[in-house]
Every structure is written in structure tokens, then in C-alpha cells.
Design a protein around this ligand. Structure first.
Ligand code: GAP
Length: 512
């Protein structure tokens, strides 16, 4: 039985072998936490982004999109708090010279205790037929002891961070006897704060005034354009501004493939609301975003909300939508009630008014903001890891298939002449010409048909159209469904209608 770790390794190697994701600059041995999207990866990523854009921008009359530049005036990041507060607490092991995020060392320690609880629950579930998990968790002495330990650690850690007491964070690591995974020792340096923004120089003079940052979130491009969009679009509150684009963070913990990268893509929406109504909208967007996730068909059981214990410097409420990745439940999307923190600070630092005149109330105010922020690469990983299946077929043979929702699949259909002769390639080419304006299609005449089907399964192509000798007689082809592997015979004229029924985004949109 393959472990989740094995499965994850298989997904990573499949991604590389089939042109989804490559390590960046691999010929120079790659760069940690930086990846390139290959020919199929880029299509899947675009399709996922398009679905988000469709659902968030084009299906909501009061939400519009923008595309702000990655470089922004450096004062933006002073105003947003990122220069002073966008830090990770880091600690080095003096023996291995390895650097760690102090919070991750503690989280990993807590995860080990959580695993012990899960083991107890599993053991008990096997023993009793009418097992009540909630009851067990709230009464079993050992579980309660573990849970108490977790709570104590979380409380100590939270108050140390809130007080900015890095010595107390180090003391917690020492008290828990956490060792460096490489050297195995407890020879730790002090904990220091490390800013996650990448700085670079603009122009030819390299003094402090020319320092610019690669944006660590796309949101600030929206805030600085709030009035431009509101005025030019005559937007009335509540309204949203959305954008997708690259963000950059100097992440110290580089692991879990494309889950945590130094260069990644965000899809963010800032929803501007009347002060005092933000909690209603926060709840509204929590529910709406969860519904959107469920529409992808990745499995209801794979999602959960996680409320933030430690709020970011800008938020008065925040939660994550977590997804069950092959390495466990982790943050996929953040929903944050950002108050008027950003707009007010931009007012202060820029000296410009960033207010909305509410005609109903006959007064101006700085709107409050509810943000939805999702990492496109994380969503890509969620889609890919749920789609990846190694299947044993009835005849005992095996196949690797990506069961990606047809409307998101990189290649929509493959056109396959059964033989490379007798006029079959010519007919197949004609079908390609018909379908290519609407769909990304692939023509393949090499190898036996079964082998060609397997190649398409491995990249998640939902349909294979096979042209055979009967096609020459009656203008029909076979249409093979990736998931059922069933083939139906239909006329070439019916193909387009049949494909559009399955490949349109409205399949997913209907579930919203
Ligand atoms: N504007 C708010 C903001 O940036 P965040 O929780 O720091 O909030 C939002 O990031 C989302 O961006 C996360 O939920 C995650 O999906 C994605 N993300 C953040 N850091 C990432 C990284 N290093 N690599 C990949 N995705 C990342």
C-alpha cells in the first residue's frame, strides 16, 4: 500500500515527466522553492485562473478586474506595514548551520502530538462498532492530556509573538527539546525577525531612495487604485476589485513542491464595504468562496475552515480555507476582514483622500475591506493531486490518469487516425481544423491506439476522437471518454455539440 508520501513523490515526478512542472533552471541544478510551468501546466493554470476570473469578475456585476504593475512606489510597503511587520521569526542551528522558521519548528512539534491523538482515535474506532469520535475526544484521559499540551504550547507561542518576545519563543523551543532535523542537536541561535520582501534597485543609482520591492501580495495594487476604479467605473459600495498576478516572498521554509514558493501567483479580490457591515460581508465571502471551491469537485471532505489565532497586522477577523493536500490539511485561501487599515494608511502616507462619498448617507468615509486571497499555484496543486490516479483495469493492466474536470483540462481532445494510411490522417486533420478554433486539441498518429489513449490519460485529456475505416464509409468517429473509457460512435457533425456540452465552464458555474 503506497503511503501519502510515496503518492506525493509520484505526483511530482509525473508533473515533470508529462510537462506540467519543471524545477527552475534545472540544468544548473535548480533553485529551491522556484518552479517553471511546462506546456501542459501552463494550460491547466490558465484554465483555473480563467474559472476564478469568470466566477469572481464576470459573474458579479459589482466586481471589476485590474492588472497593476509588480513594481510599486516604495512608500506603498511602508504604508501597508510590510516594511515593519512582514517578518518570519528565524532560528539557526549552530552545528548544521541550517536556518528554520521558529514557528514551523513549533508547528511540526504540535503536529506530532496531533498525530498521536489521531492514532488513539483510530485505535478506539476499530474497537467499538458504535464509536462516537466527539465523545471519545472529550473524555479519553490520554487524548485530553495530549490536547492540553497542544493548547499550552499554542498559548505560550501566541503570547510570545504578540508581545514580540523572541527570547520566549527560543525558550519554548528549548523547553520542548526540539532538535535540528539535520544535526540532531539543540545548539540554537537566538530567534530573529527576517523580512520576507525581496528588495532591488530601480535605475542606475544604488542608494536607499532607489530601493523598490517585488510585491509580496497583489492586494496593494488594488488599494492604491481604489479611487481610480471607483470614479472611472462609477462604482457604488459595496463593490469589489480583483486581480491575478505574481507575488514574491523570500520564504525560508522551502518544501512541499509548489505549495510554498518564492515566486508565486495570487488571485485576490478586495471588497469595499460600509464600515460596520464588514462582518456580514466576511461571512458572505466565506460561504461564497467555499461554494466556489466545492464546485471544482475535489471532494467536500477535503476542505475545512481554520480561524486565525494570530491576526495579521491589518485584520480584525481572518480565516483560511484549508485543503487536504497529500501532506495534510494546509492553507489554500485566506479570507480577511482588513478593516480600513490599508486605505487609511495610504491616505496618511500619500496625503491624498481615499474616501467614498455615500449618496444615501450624504457623507464620506474610508470604506472597510473584506479580502479573498488564493494562491493559484496551491490551487493547481490541489487540482493535480486530487486528479492523479493510478488505476488497475479489468484486464489487469494499469494506467495513470489525471481525472481533471473536463473544462479545466489542459488539452480538451486528441484526434487519432487509427492508421497512418488509407486517407485516415487526412480526415483526422480536417477534424482538427474544425475543433482547433474552440479547443486545444492534439493530433497523434504514432504508436498503437491503446498506447496513444494512455498518453492522453496521463495528461488528463477528457476526450479522444478516433478516425477509422468506418469513418470513410459513414462519416462517423468514436469518442472515448477518459474517465469511463467507454466509446460511443457519432457523426462528425455531432462532435462539436457533444464536446461543448462537456467542456464549457458553465458546468462548474451552474454549481455556484
Ligand atoms: N493579501 C493577503 C495575503 O497575501 P496570505 O495569506 O499571505 O494573504 C494568500 O496569502 C494566499 O497566497 C495563501 O492562502 C496562499 O494560497 C498563497 N500563498 C502565500 N504564500 C505563498 C507561497 N510562498 N507560495 C505559494 N502560495 C502562497
Amino acid at each position: 500500500m503506497a503511503t501519502a508520501e510515496d503518492l506525493f513523490k509520484d505526483i511530482i515526478s509525473h508533473s515533470k515527466e508529462y510537462g506540467f512542472i519543471f524545477p527552475s533552471s534545472e540544468i544548473y541544478d535548480g533553485m529551491s522553492a522556484v518552479y517553471d510551468y511546462g506546456q501542459y501546466g501552463v494550460e491547466l493554470k490558465k484554465n483555473i485562473r480563467d474559472y476564478w476570473w469568470k466566477a469572481m469578475v464576470q459573474m458579479n456585476e459589482n466586481i471589476v478586474g485590474i492588472d497593476a504593475a509588480i513594481f510599486m512606489h516604495p512608500t506603498t510597503w511602508k504604508a501597508s506595514g510590510h516594511v515593519d511587520a512582514f517578518n518570519d521569526p528565524l532560528i539557526d542551528n549552530k552545528d548544521s548551520k541550517k536556518r528554520y522558521r521558529a514557528d514551523v519548528l513549533i508547528e511540526d512539534y504540535v503536529a506530532k502530538i496531533e498525530a498521536k491523538i489521531s492514532k488513539e482515535v483510530e485505535k478506539a474506532a476499530k474497537r467499538f462498532a458504535d464509536f462516537d469520535e466527539a465523545m471519545f475526544r472529550s473524555t479519553n484521559a490520554r487524548v485530553l492530556e495530549y490536547q492540553q499540551k497542544i493548547d499550552d504550547i499554542n498559548n505560550r507561542f501566541k503570547s510570545a509573538l504578540e508581545a514580540g518576545d523572541l527570547a520566549a519563543v527560543k525558550q519554548l523551543i528549548l523547553d520542548l527539546e526540539i532538535v535540528c532535523p539535520v544535526s540532531g542537536t539543540r545548539n540554537w541561535t537566538d530567534v530573529r525577525q527576517f523580512n520576507l520582501m525581496f528588495a532591488t534597485q530601480l535605475g542606475s543609482v544604488t542608494d536607499e531612495s532607489s530601493t523598490v520591492y517585488l510585491r509580496p501580495e497583489t492586494a496593494q495594487g488594488i488599494f492604491v487604485n481604489f479611487l481610480n476604479v471607483q470614479k472611472s467605473g462609477r462604482m457604488k459600495i459595496p463593490f469589489g476589485i480583483a486581480q491575478t498576478g505574481k507575488a514574491f516572498r523570500n520564504e525560508i521554509v522551502a518544501r512541499q513542491f509548489i505549495f510554498r514558493m518564492r515566486e508565486f501567483e495570487q488571485m485576490e479580490m478586495q471588497y469595499f464595504v460600509k464600515p460596520g457591515t464588514e462582518m456580514e460581508w466576511y461571512e458572505f465571502w466565506k460561504e461564497k468562496r467555499m461554494k466556489w471551491h466545492r464546485s471544482l469537485g475535489l471532494g467536500e471532505q477535503n476542505y475545512r475552515f481554520h480561524d486565525h489565532l494570530k491576526l495579521a497586522h491589518y485584520a480584525n477577523a481572518a480565516c483560511d480555507i484549508e485543503f487536504q493536500f497529500p501532506f495534510g490539511f494546509k492553507e489554500l485561501e485566506g479570507i480577511h476582514s482588513r478593516t480600513d487599515f490599508d486605505l487609511s494608511n495610504h491616505e496618511k502616507y500619500s496625503g491624498r483622500k481615499l474616501q467614498y462619498f455615500d449618496t444615501e448617507e450624504n457623507r464620506s468615509y474610508v470604506p472597510y475591506v473584506v479580502e479573498t486571497s488564493i494562491g493559484l499555484d496551491r490551487l493547481f496543486l490541489a487540482v493535480l493531486s486530487t486528479a492523479y490516479k493510478e488505476e488497475t483495469l479489468e484486464d489487469g493492466s494499469t494506467r495513470t490518469v489525471l481525472r481533471i474536470a473536463p473544462s479545466l483540462a489542459p488539452v480538451k481532445c486528441a484526434v487519432l487516425p487509427l492508421l497512418k494510411k488509407d486517407g485516415l490522417p487526412e480526415v483526422a486533420r480536417k477534424i482538427m481544423d474544425e475543433l482547433m478554433p474552440d479547443y486545444l486539441c492534439q493530433y497523434d498518429e504514432k504508436d498503437a491506439i491503446g498506447k496513444r489513449y494512455r498518453r492522453q490519460d496521463a495528461i488528463g485529456t477528457p476526450f479522444c476522437i478516433t478516425v477509422d475505416h468506418q469513418t470513410l464509409q459513414d462519416n462517423t468517429v468514436t469518442l472515448r471518454n477518459r474517465d469511463t473509457m467507454q466509446q460511443e460512435r457519432l457523426s462528425i457533425e455531432q462532435l462539436k455539440a457533444q464536446l461543448s456540452e462537456h467542456l464549457s465552464l458553465s458546468h462548474l458555474l451552474r454549481k455556484l
